[in-house]
Design a protein around this ligand. Structure first.
Ligand code: ASP
Length: 444
């Protein structure tokens, strides 16, 4: 599976910066900051008929590759890692790392939100106003069902096609792992046919990703323009304490904890690490979707870090689905913030420990799409006695926080692939020269 060619990172970054400048300028000039923000009809029209369609084409061209890409790269990855023992070793390290960084993230979030207490000073009439304004949106969102049986059904699909059709990524992952292990047990000739077929599927998706990435500068411009032009800056100001805690926590996790781990376990310094993953970060920030960023991550891992497909194809699809440290932190802060607003008594230490555990688990189960964690977050709220509809308070600024937490989710994915590869390098046959190194030079 070759690494997809893409447009230079600078053009995507230019799309991001220009989109943000244009969106903020239009917002300041024409939008009543609210809350609730009052967006003029012409701007709604431009966003609905120009910005959103272009952004949606870009996002969908990336999404359309996700199921085949995850399935093919994971199955080939498992088949090539070599035997159940090796799969268990790499898979074990990967999962332990995912859980560890998610637990660290949720703990950082809880420590900060306890220290700052952003929910305590919020005036009751503001709370009532926010509930009135966003209560309708909250009512449309259903808390996730979380019984052991539901979870088992998510993880073990009874029909791979319906799992794929419903984007049940955990089910697709299980099926791909089984197929990959199954391939290693087939006669060599048959195994080869399947491996070549799956590799060809992966290469085919690379073509679609190339098309999508040509649109990236415009798609990113439009996505950011829409978000910033309609953003309620008044609401952002009102919730500045809460948003500040989320963003500060994400910054600590993304720019202190994760680079320290990468330095300690992969021997890569922060400057080099962030320079190499910048295209991934820009894609994650602008799409708010770990799944949509997966194709870019696969390319960056291969071209920038020289990670072979068997490792990148194994760790990154798992990461896009299960490694959401930024989301775990966001969930922890939000649950505590809403508990501070709505519960008369502070949560006990035991309940807070439960919040950390639930945030880590639900972040694993959250879909890697914009707002994918919201139904699960509502579930956590319900389990500590806060009405799930209380989510209305933060929905108006969720997109901007989603952009930030998805970026941290993505830094987590890239740190995982760098660290797992550093540990495996000695055990694998020597890696070929980084794929498409020429292209890597071009994109940097
Ligand atoms: N948008 C996030 C992601 O794709 C998921 C979430 O936290 O809502 O990683």
């Amino acid at each position: 599976m070759s690494a997809p060619h893409s447009v230079p990172h600078t053009r995507i970054l230019a799309g991001l910066i220009l989109g943000a400048i244009a969106g903020c300028a239009v917002n300041v000039a024409f939008v009543d900051p609210g809350p609730p923000a009052v967006v003029p009809a012409w701007l709604k029209w431009v966003n609905a008929n120009v910005a959103e369609p272009v952004g949606t084409v870009f996002l969908r061209l990336l999404f359309v590759t996700v199921v085949p890409l995850v399935f093919a790269s994971l199955a080939v990855g498992v088949a090539q890692i070599g035997g159940l023992g090796a799969v268990g070793r790499v898979g074990g390290k990967t999962l332990v790392y995912f859980l560890l960084i998610s637990a660290i993230a949720a703990t950082i979030g809880l420590a900060l939100v306890n220290a700052v207490q952003p929910g305590r000073g919020l005036p009751p009439d503001t709370v009532a106003e926010l509930q009135k304004t966003y209560g309708g949106d909250a009512a449309k969102k259903k808390p996730a069902d979380f019984t052991v049986l539901e979870f088992v059904k998510q993880v073990v699909p009874n029909n791979p096609v319906s799992a794929a059709a419903n984007l049940e990524m955990l089910g697709i992952i299980t099926f791909a792992l089984l197929v990959g292990v199954g391939i290693t047990n087939l006669e060599p000739a048959k195994a080869e046919v399947l491996k070549q077929f799956l590799e060809a599927v992966g290469d085919l998706m690379v073509f679609v990703i190339q098309v999508a990435m040509r649109l990236a500068p415009y798609g990113v411009f439009c996505l950011i323009f829409k978000t910033t032009s309609e953003l309620g800056f008044g609401l952002l100001q009102l919730l500045a304490g809460y948003a500040g805690v989320v963003i500060a926590g994400l910054a600590i996790q993304g720019f202190v904890v994760l680079p320290l781990l990468v330095r300690a376990f992969a021997g890569i310094g922060p400057r080099e690490f962030f320079t190499k993953i910048r295209t991934s970060m820009v894609t994650a920030f602008s799409t708010s979707s770990s799944s949509a960023t997966l194709p870019t991550n696969m390319r960056v891992a291969q071209t920038e870090f020289g990670v072979p497909v068997r490792i990148a194809g194994f760790v990154l699809p798992l990461g896009a689905t299960m490694c959401m440290a930024g989301t775990a932190l966001f969930e922890g802060v939000t649950v505590m913030f809403l508990a501070q607003v709505f519960l008369p008594e502070p949560l006990t230490l035991g309940s807070q420990a439960l919040v950390v555990v639930l945030c880590v688990l639900t972040a694993v189960g959250a879909a890697g799409v914009p707002g994918g964690s919201i139904p699960l977050l509502m579930l956590v709220l319900g389990s500590i006695g806060v009405e799930p509809g209380a989510i209305a308070l933060i929905l108006g600024i969720d997109r901007i926080l989603d952009m930030c937490r998805t970026t941290v989710n993505n830094i987590g994915d890239m740190s995982a692939v760098a660290i797992v590869w550093a540990g495996e390098r000695g055990r694998e046959p020597p890696a070929a020269a980084p794929a498409n190194s020429e292209e890597s030079a071009k994109t940097s």
